[in-house]
Design a binder for this molecule. Structure first.
Ligand code: G1P
Ligand code: ZN
Length: 549
């Protein structure tokens, strides 16, 4: 029913000081978002940052976590009061991050609001988040998030329509004030895009051959409906291939993070007596992926390199790659593939938003991060299920197992042993001081030796975007050693509590006879050097990491 214009309310509010988006949107505890006007202030700041919203289409959806439904209703009413012509909302308030990116691009929307705190835990005591993606389907770039933050600091009013809730469980259109709300199936557009990129016929043959078994763990997060539809219904994998396929507001009380530490059930299966041939998992909002073979873990940096080296086997990428992108802390395995393919490899700061310009400008086709993120120019987000389908397509063509294929890849390109150590729950001042001291020390580090390791290069990583020339500084400290080993130090930008120091350790091994060593053993010396350089124990009282990935 059409509401009269006077149902638009202008509500007085006062600014919150802490609405600066981090690596990926604004993430806070649910209780912070539940404060009166907190969500409204941020959403109004997003809307105010747009040049044009009158007559425009907005996309809206989230990963189904606690507070998702309440937030969707609030945002719909705010969109109606702010002049949007149409909002495309996923049924039940559901849209994975890559699906939202796909829908924005396909329907020419001016942007999208994605409700997610990615892999962070959910539930009333967990985290909530709001991300804004622009018309190319990708995360708002730094300049845009800073503009939103600036607006949030001086906000005085927000606009909202006084109206009842919209039924978002039924597909179709309804009017909300002068705006149309179109409830869309969250899977349809995304599944069609996947079918256009991959050889579904060939993958279906593999999955129904009886010689190949796979397991996909949706971690009770958003990819459940996508995986059921694509893997089981369209590709004919046996029912039961997808586990934990029901999205739950608290992700079943688990961390929806596809890493060996969190995907416990999948890991047990893949390391069991009769493991499936292929295992995979995705995170809260569906943009991350973990790839496993039988008793075999594929490091995300290797996965990116492997996909790049085999992309010509996949229909959507058969014409070749324009280039490859990786975030700075990600292993340099992809660089070697790019060099052999004769295409550029770009090194960007952490966070998917830095790939946007490179993808839009046609400079890269594939990109990835060490944090279980891989993607391509098909959308402007990393994409969990896409990576799984990419692997399946290659497995179907090559007819070999994950371990055999990856060890062959190492024989050809050499192996980058890689591990990330996280030091969680540091107080902010301690973490900032550690980084500041290290930064000051950089001029003296060059040429210094630590046991067998001699520093050949070190810097505080700064990035100049080759497309718009914008400069982003202080993106982590790189210490490179002459024997192709590297340590990177950086502080996390996605936490909602105390600080996390991330330590990224990498060693290159060209000799195939040394490709089957345990990673922990291979990087042990380097880990000790990493602690020595920052005097970890003296500075933080810590002697070992809280998490190893
Ligand atoms: C983490 C990852 C980063 C990723 C981001 C959002 O950010 O390290 O690669 O883009 O989550 O998924 P961080 O907490 O390190 O700032
Ligand atoms: Zn995510």
């Amino acid at each position: 029913m059409r509401e009269p214009d006077d149902a638009i309310e202008t509500v007085e509010t006062s600014a919150f000081p802490d609405q600066r988006p981090g690596t990926s949107g604004l993430r806070k505890k649910v209780s912070v978002f539940q404060q009166p006007n907190y969500l409204e202030n941020f959403v109004q700041s997003i809307f105010d940052s747009l040049d044009q919203r009158k007559g425009q289409t907005l996309v809206l959806g989230g990963d189904g976590r606690f507070h998702n439904l309440e937030a969707v209703q609030i945002i719909l009413k705010m969109a109606a009061a702010n002049g949007f012509a149409r909002v495309l909302v996923g049924r039940g308030g559901i849209l994975s991050t890559p699906a939202a990116s796909c829908v924005i691009r396909k329907h020419g929307a001016c942007g999208g609001v994605i409700l997610s705190a990615s892999h962070n835990p959910g539930g009333p005591d967990g985290d909530f988040g709001v991300k804004f993606n622009i018309s190319n389907g990708g995360p708002a770039p730094e300049a845009a998030t800073e503009a939103i933050y600036a607006l949030s600091r001086r906000i005085k009013h927000f606009r909202v329509l006084g109206a009842g809730d919209v039924d978002i469980d039924r597909l179709g259109q309804v009017e909300l004030g002068c705006m149309i709300v179109e409830v869309i199936d969250p899977v349809t557009d995304y599944a069609a895009l996947m079918e256009s990129l991959f050889d579904f016929g060939r993958i279906a043959k593999l999955l129904s051959s009886g010689r190949f078994r796979m397991c996909f763990d949706a971690m009770n997060a958003v990819t459940g409906p996508y995986a059921h539809e694509i893997l089981e219904r369209r590709l004919g994998a046996p029912i039961g291939t997808v586990i934990n396929g029901q999205p739950l507001p608290d992700f079943g009380g688990r961390h929806p993070d596809p890493s060996p530490a969190n995907a416990v059930e999948l890991l047990r299966l893949m390391n069991g007596a009769v493991p499936p041939d292929f295992g995979a998992a995705s995170d809260g909002d569906g943009d991350r992926n973990m790839i496993l073979g039988a008793n075999f873990f594929v490091s995300p940096g290797d996965s990116l390199a492997f996909l790049a080296a085999n992309a010509h086997l996949v229909p959507g990428y058969a014409k070749g790659l324009a280039g490859v992108g990786r975030s700075m802390p990600t292993s340099r395995a992809a660089d070697r593939v790019a060099a052999e393919l004769g295409v550029p490899c770009y090194e960007t700061p952490t966070g998917w938003k830095f790939f946007g310009n490179l993808l839009d400008d046609g400079r890269i086709t594939l990109c990835g991060e060490e944090s279980f993120g891989t993607g391509s120019d098909h959308v402007r987000e990393k994409d969990g299920l896409w990576a799984v389908l990419f692997w399946l397509n290659i497995l179907a063509v090559q007819g070999q197992g994950v371990e055999d294929l990856l060890t062959a890849h190492w024989r050809r390109f050499g192996r980058h042993y890689y591990v990330r150590h996280d030091y969680d729950d540091l107080d902010d001042a301690t973490a900032e001081t550690l980084m500041a001291v290290l930064r000051r020390q950089l001029p003296n580090l060059q040429g210094r030796s630590f046991g067998a390791f001699t520093v050949s290069e070190c810097d505080d990583f700064a990035y100049t975007d080759p497309v718009d020339q914008s400069v982003t500084e202080h993106q982590g400290i790189r210490v490179v050693f002459s024997d192709a080993a590297r340590i990177v130090y950086r502080l996390s930008g996605t936490g909602t509590g105390a600080a996390t120091l991330r330590l990224y350790l990498e060693r290159f091994e060209p000799d195939p006879a040394r490709h089957a060593l345990p990673t922990t053993e291979t990087v042990a010396d380097l880990a000790a050097v990493a602690l020595e350089i920052v005097q970890m124990e003296a500075q933080t009282g810590r002697t070992c990491p809280s998490a190893v990935t």
